[in-house]
Design a protein around this ligand. Structure first.
Ligand code: 5GP
Length: 182
């Protein structure tokens, strides 16, 4: 039996990573895909765990070898989903969570119409607080992330499901319900 492709998207600071980790922890048949990125690691980021941190050249080589399921530029850096581990997991019946930006989410839906696209939302003040709480985030990066969030909010109605992420447990329950009825 094939696993399912679950896309968790939404603006920076909405809590995608926390929700994805809680879902992974709740079910041995769910795994989070590890993306590649050209952005600098933040304190605590581990290569191969949080991301594969690549140079621009290395990223472009992967693009030219068609090694990404999707990729997109987000606030001056490139992010992409390596396709091989995703397909291997799906073939083994493991569902895969892609925690990715909105542009990437649309590429996934185009290639895999059966993928379930979930948009997490939260009030702008919550996003600001969460992003400001992160290390290595200068003012200009914060502003770019917030202005991108403005556009991202406008895309929510193109997703299969929109969930207001106020409470982690409630959000995880809602996602699990969506997955159970599919
Ligand atoms: P961050 O720099 O905060 O880790 O991630 C910035 C944005 O890039 C977030 O919205 C995150 O979901 C998105 N992102 C992370 N990995 C990928 C990926 O593989 N593809 C795409 N399209 N976006 C990604």
């Amino acid at each position: 039996m094939s696993g399912r492709l679950i896309v968790i998207s939404g603006p920076s600071g909405v809590g995608k990573g926390t929700v994805a980790s809680a879902l992974e922890a709740s079910d041995p048949n769910i795994k989070i895909s590890v993306s590649a990125t050209t952005r600098q690691p933040r304190t605590g980021d581990i290569h191969g765990v949080n991301y594969f941190f690549l140079s621009k050249d290395e990223f472009e080589q992967m693009v030219s070898r068609n090694e990404f399921l999707e990729y997109a530029e987000y606030v001056n850096n490139c992010y992409g989903t390596p396709i091989k581990p995703v397909l291997e997991n799906l073939e083994q019946g493991i569902s895969v969570i892609l925690e990715i930006d909105v542009k990437g989410a649309f590429q996934v839906k185009e290639k895999y119409p059966d993928a379930v696209l979930i948009f997490l939302t939260a009030p702008m003040e919550t996003l600001v607080k969460r992003i400001e709480g992160r290390q290595k985030m200068d003012q200009s990066e914060l502003e770019k992330r917030l202005s991108t969030a403005g556009w991202e909010f406008l895309q929510a109605d193109k997703f299969d499901h929109v969930i207001e992420n106020n409470d982690l447990d409630e959000t995880v329950d809602k996602v699990r319900k969506i997955l159970n009825v599919m």
